[in-house]
Ligand binder design. Structure first.
Ligand code: ZN
Length: 99
């Protein structure tokens, strides 16, 4: 299943709830799922990591549905098979420990 197909599927399943909630509250759900993924990573439980990562992607797709943008296109436009900063594959940018 491609990312655009996943986004369509999430739209078919949840757009009525997502539209009612609105983009900012849906974004807050996404952030809470990102935190849950962090908890799962700290615990090292692969089942929880898989479930939380799937939730993060689903909520990110919901956010993109609400702003009417295609995540697959956005990803390809930005990354397009190389690092968007240095153009390298692999990346040749200086290593950074923190964001
Ligand atoms: Zn780079």
């Amino acid at each position: 299943m491609e990312l655009s197909e996943m986004q369509r599927l999430i739209k078919e399943i949840y757009i009525h709830h997502d539209s009612r909630r609105g983009v900012i509250k849906t974004y807050k759900w996404l952030m809470s799922e990102v935190e849950e993924l962090g908890v799962a990573l700290n615990r090292g439980d692969s089942t929880s990591i898989s479930e939380e990562a799937a939730d993060v992607l689903a909520w990110l797709l919901s956010v993109m549905n609400l702003v009417d943008l295609d995540l697959e296109k956005a990803f390809i436009d930005k990354y397009g098979g190389r690092c968007p900063r240095c153009g390298g594959k692999p990346c040749r940018c200086p290593y950074r420990e923190e964001p």
